[in-house]
Structure formats: structure tokens, C-alpha cells
Design a protein around this ligand. Sequence first.
Ligand SMILES: [Zn+2]
Length: 323
Amino acid sequence: MRIFPRGIVLVFLGTLTAIWTLATWQCTTDPVKDAAPKVDPPAEAAPARSESAALSGREVLEAFLAAYPGRFRSVELVDGDWSIAGDGVRFFWAGGRLLPQTALAHRDKYTPHPFYRSPAEQPPVPEYSDGEKIEIRARIDHREKSPPARHPGFYNYVWQARDHKSAERRTQGLMFLGKPVRVSVALVPVLRAINAEIVERSRTDGELKRFVASIRELSGFYWRNIANTGSLSYHSYGAAVDVISRNPKRKETYWLWAKRRDPDWFTRPLSTRLQPPVSFVAVFEKYGFVWGGKWFYFDTVHFEYRPEILILSGRSVARPPAR
Ligand SMILES: [Zn+2]
């Protein structure tokens, strides 16, 4: 049964599939409505069935193997399912659930992690018919009411953290684009490479230079569990950075805040959003970070380290130069 018209399906498959990334909730206050209550994020929805189905288990696990060579050793078919082996652990694809052997017996308790291909360019906002708008609003409401329950073991293993304390021990502070930020120790060389390249490009790219000068603060490591879910934010691992810049025109940076102002927030053009220059995003992507501005549920200050997503999208990911 076709639930959505083709155009909408494409939008959802292309960008809404980044639902997992909604685990990376904003850590800042709404710049437009400063009195906004602390956001307790609405639960993520279970991803559409097609989201994980569009990519095979083998494809996704091989992308992880290529993306985190220090954490994983092999991808193999075991007991009829694709699996990925690391140090003394094995995770099974389990329909996108990424489960350790011990959780396979009750796999139905867990929601699949969504994986997606990231578009090379930021997708424009489509023209929606009234019917499409109603369907999208219904889908967003449903999403808020259907919290996922994802098994945290896989990402805990990737980032070597299982609770606030162990996560914090794996972080390190550094200066990035002139501001302090705390991130996973594994990402310090990556951010240093991004910093060097942005500084270098700023010499000849006026727009980039102005944007960097407009950065007010950064937010990296920030432990949080999404309300009512077992899903940890990427900020909890120090694997996401929010780049918060001055916003004199009070443009939108985050879909949830935009939604409070306008139930049809998703129809508003990109020009209503505060966005870093394309060249800024390009340097982050080059080194394995995806940008929240390309998501249907946009978060334009948010960058998270997802080299596997870029690999799945046919992009190459640069390693930071050896020091
Ligand atoms: Zn963020």
C-alpha cells in the first residue's frame, strides 16, 4: 500500500531516515525564544520499515568495518545472519538492531537503528500539497508518541563507554576554531585536521572566514539518554559537536523549536534557517562528520561523526594526517 506519494517517500527515504541522529539532541537553549523550557526531546519514532531494508546488513556492517578499523576485525555470516566482530564481541545485524548474541533471543524488544545515504548536497525544501502536509504532520505526531528502544551495546562498544563516568573518561578538551570543546579522545586528531583545513581555507574564502568569526560557542560531550528510550545521544560519547554562531536575524536552527512557532515548519525555505557555509560543511564531511542541516528533522548547528554513513553514501573519508 502506498501511504505517501512518491515525492514524500523520497524525502523520507533520503533525509528522514536520519532519525537515529535525533538522538543527538540540542544541548543549547532556543536562541529565538530564550525562555523556552529545557527541551525534553520527544521520543524518536520507530524508523519506517524501508529505512533499514534499503541497505543490507552486510553493506552497513562492512561500512562500519571500513570506518572503525581499530574497533572491528571482520564481517561474517554466522548462523544465517550478518555479524561484525570486534575485541571479544560480536554484534548481529538482526534486521538493523545490532545485537550481541545474548540479546538475540528477545530481539523483538528492540527497535532497529536507522541507516541512510547522505545526499551530497543539501536537499531543497519540496513543495507540499495540503494532503501531503497533513500526512507529514500525522507522521511526526506518531513519531513523537512511539519511542524506540534500541540496544545500546553496539555504540557503547564503538565509543568505549557504557555510562556517564566511563564516557567522560574517554573525552578530552581541545581548542577548536578558537573555542574550547570536549570530545571523544578518538576524535581529537580528526577535529585538529578539520580545524587546520578550515583555517587554511578561510584565507581565501571570505564567507568561511566570516562564519568562523561568528562562532559563539561549541558544545561537544554532553551525557544524556533520550527520554523514555535506551538510546544515547552522540553527544553522550563526545562524538558530536554543536557549532553555535551568532544569529542576529533569529533564524531557525532546530526543527523542534521551529515546530513550536509553525506546525508547517517543514515547508519553510532553507533561507529561514541559520546555516554554515557549504565549504564549512564540506570540510567536516571530508573527515567523517555528517551535518544535521541535511536532515528532514534539521539541526543546523549539529555535526556528528558518522563515517559509516558517508561510506554508505559512496563518499571517501579522509584520515587525519599522522602527527
Ligand atoms: Zn547537537
